[in-house]
Design a protein around this ligand. Sequence first.
Ligand code: UVW
Length: 215
Amino acid sequence: MKGFVFDLDGVITDTAKYHYEAWKELADQLGISIDLKFNEQLKGISRMDSLERILAHGNKQSAYMQEEKEAFAAQKNEAYVQLLQNLTPADLLPGVAEFLKEAKAKKMPCAIASASKNAPFILEKLGVIDLFDAIVDPATLTKGKPDPEIFVKAAESIGIKPEEAIGFEDAQAGIAGIKACGMYAIGVLADEPLTQADRTVHSLAELNMDELIAL
Ligand code: UVW
């Protein structure tokens, strides 16, 4: 193996609570009721697709023009970015900092494959942006996960083939995308069972990097 590809939310850090707070504020304003269970459906989903799901949940898919929807998404993002100001390196999930530092020391390139346009800002707040060699720009993607496009681009961005990379994901759609391009998939267990993963762990602290490189 020659490199690592990481999803961000749920693998590097957990921003679900901040997304929820920001979406809930907007949903309340639109008269749509959402709860934490509904929020599970938004994990890993792009900003506009999340908004569409919330509007559909409130039976309001056709109630707004495209420009209004874009203004709602921008309003949510402003609230979300405000909440992200609270992030510090203490918000890295267990084992992540050690894993990334070891990868750097062993010259194993690392890339981020996340649908979040806020990924660079989040990585900066977490103090790990310099440990990544590439971040796929979600604006360049034509399809979302489970399509493998983002993982293929992530491998390309660090100059390796998908089958030479190990991909980390906490969501079933992400694992499906990783497997669809021939990458080795490590599932980081959260709420869903990750059926297609080659291996599952509760945290990156469980992994031995030399064993991964030798795969
Ligand atoms: C996601 O979190 C998927 O999107 P963004 O941060 O761009 O709203």
